[in-house]
Design a protein around this ligand. Sequence first.
Ligand code: AMP
Length: 326
Amino acid sequence: MHEEIKRAILDSIRAHERIILTRHLRPDGDAVGATMGLCRVLRRAFPDKRIWLANDDHAAALAFLGPEGEPPDAAQYDGALVIALDTGNAERLSNRHFRRAQKLIVIDHHIETHPYGDLAWVEPDRSSTCEMVVDLCASFPDVLRLDRESATCLYTGMVTDSGRFRFDSVSGDTLRLAALLLDEGIDTEALYAHLYLNSREELRFHAHALRRMKVTPHGVAHLYVSRAAQRALRLTSEQAYTAVSFLDSLRGSIIWIAFIENGDGTIRVRLRSRFVTINELAERYGGGGHACASGATVRSRREMRALIDDADRLIADYKRTHSGWQ
Ligand code: AMP
């Protein structure tokens, strides 16, 4: 599937001497894995081209994947090919210079709300953008060759964005493509230790989150993490953002939401669900994302409470009209 667009992407890569890979703000495992993995594959395939990671927003927790190198000067964008990975709309790109590029390619698995790019390969049913990058490599195996380092980056994105191959976006293709990565000899034990072991502070935060979690009448589990709590628990913002994953296993709570206060007073919203679709709810608050994993930013506690009430109504409707959820 999508053979023509993959061919067009490879043709564009071949046609440009300067290529810059970019991704969304506050990058996660998929965004970092896809940009770093594809960068390494392209550098091996085209050693004479100049290929950069835009490299302007980092995830400290993923530093174990290795250095990202110096970013290009702004002037290097003129006439270059920019490839934006894992980013559903241009506003979320971590980098503003992309507008200077000669051509912008988008490779992404989010539901498209504001299409952008000169050439966009978007498949919302894919479990991760890394899965799509592996698919691209598998389509041109003589050119885009994987190795252990690129496979480790791409596997990181596949594992983290699919909840360790648990979400229903995981297909037979996901596992067939992941198998190609394992064939490169990834050290999965070391990788999972980097991704999933906790510090004592993180475990203390987990306990705090479960104590403070609230549940609405129809079952929205939610948690607010103020700046004061982040300071008291000695959490970095990145650690505070993980709160959403602590709320995911209460039976009957088919929507769960973490609200994390940012340094500027705004509140980052991370929404997750099973069975019920939540991206339209996120869009009503200026955000977006996937059917069962979305995000937004609200500006006040009042807006936060309105969002919780809307989520409660959404669950109530869903439970009234569906069975089989738990
Ligand atoms: P997060 O909770 O930040 O991991 O977000 C879950 C999903 O929702 C990600 O795939 C994001 O791309 C998407 N998302 C998060 N925040 C926003 C936003 N403000 N606007 C649009 N999409 C978002």
